[in-house]
Design a protein around this ligand. Structure first.
Ligand code: ZN
Length: 343
């Protein structure tokens, strides 16, 4: 019965690939495996259902281990080179999709739900979570659900999408008024200040000026009068030194409305307009207002976020955003519903 030995001990670098391939093969060959297992269980009264139970347990065990191999972390904009390649964007999202695909294939929906929950609760700034996980994941996940004829509006997916849409609209989209009120010219009109103003109005969150001290000081003075928009730091290496300007979270939110609208429209077209309407239910009216820039979206009361303490990413900070506060609420992804999918 070597198949059923505990498999937690696998420590290969490529355990994820191994385990997911194993699940796929086991699922495909389940008739054969089951037959052999039934034979092994022959002394049991109900050997067939006992074998099926063991088989399912094995699949579950493999998926569980594969899931643990998936390092769900948020990489901020400044962490890059030393990351092992399998943490990087595309491949990370690909693996998440592979994992969810296997959950669907083997009907292990509680593992799927727990995994979505883990993705949602990963530590990090909300803006980075969207940049590195949710925004690239949503279209790929939708493709998978369509390919497998899975209803996007079925749990646990509906809950995940609802969270993603709600939090994006509430915390990242903002309104056009915020943009007009907050973003303003802070320079004096000179060449360096024009560059500064372009940065403030643009979508980048950080900009480096490499200038001699006099010109740096001038920019510092201008920035000091707009502390609600931008902070600065001097990097005393290289010649001349660099003045690094960083937008405040409020300024990041306020700038680049168009860019943010594109992101949410991209998600909506992946999910499908009809589905968005169904997912958001009676809040769909508010979604439309938010997307037009008229009224900022407010979160539902039940939409709360929980954070896992045991998954600290090397770059995660989880400090400023209110969306990242910890609360003790239990699982939010599909927590309200029982196993509808399997029903
Ligand atoms: Zn100036």
């Amino acid at each position: 019965m070597c198949l059923f030995r505990p498999i937690e001990k696998i420590v290969y670098e490529n355990a994820f690939l191994f385990l997911t391939a194993l699940v796929r093969d086991l699922h495909q060959e389940q008739a054969v495996v089951l037959e052999k297992t039934v034979a092994q269980c022959a002394r049991n009264n109900d050997s067939k259902s006992e074998a099926a139970r063991m088989f399912r347990e094995l699949i579950r065990n493999c998926l569980d281990c594969a899931g643990k191999q998936l390092n769900v972390v948020v990489s901020g904009p400044r962490t890059t080179s030393w990351y092992p390649s399998y943490y990087r964007g595309e491949q990370r999202v690909d693996r998440m999709v592979v994992f969810i695909e296997l959950c669907l294939l083997t009907r292990q929906m509680d593992i799927c739900r727990a995994f979505l929950d883990r993705i949602w609760n990963v530590s990090g700034e909300l803006v980075n979570k969207f940049d590195t996980i949710y925004t690239p994941l949503v279209p790929e996940l939708c493709k998978l659900l369509q390919k497998t004829n899975t209803d996007i509006c079925a749990p646990p997916f509906i809950d995940f999408f609802r969270l993603v849409i709600s939090y994006y609209l509430c915390h990242l989209l903002g309104t056009k008024e915020q943009l007009v009120q907050l973003i303003r010219k802070i320079g004096c009109g000179c060449g360096d200040c024009q560059e500064l103003d372009r940065f403030i109005a643009g979508k980048e969150s950080q900009h480096t000026f490499r200038l001699v001290q006099k010109r740096r000081s001038h920019l510092e003075n201008q920035m000091n009068q707009a502390r609600d928009l931008v902070t600065h730091e001097t990097m005393r290496s290289g010649s001349p030194h660099s003045l690094v300007a960083t937008k405040t979270p409020a300024a990041v939110t306020a700038s680049a409305w168009d860019c943010r609208i594109q992101v949410i429209n991209g998600m909506f077209s992946a999910i499908g307009a009809k589905n968005v309407e169904k997912i958001m239910g009676n809040r769909f009216v508010d979604v439309c207002k938010a997307v037009k820039g008229e009224v900022a979206f407010r979160l539902d009361r039940p939409v709360v976020q929980r954070q896992q303490q045991n998954v600290p990413g090397p770059s995660s900070t989880s400090t400023t955003s209110t969306a990242n506060r910890t609360s003790n609420t239990p699982s939010v992804i599909g927590g309200k519903r029982k196993h509808d999918f399997e029903a």
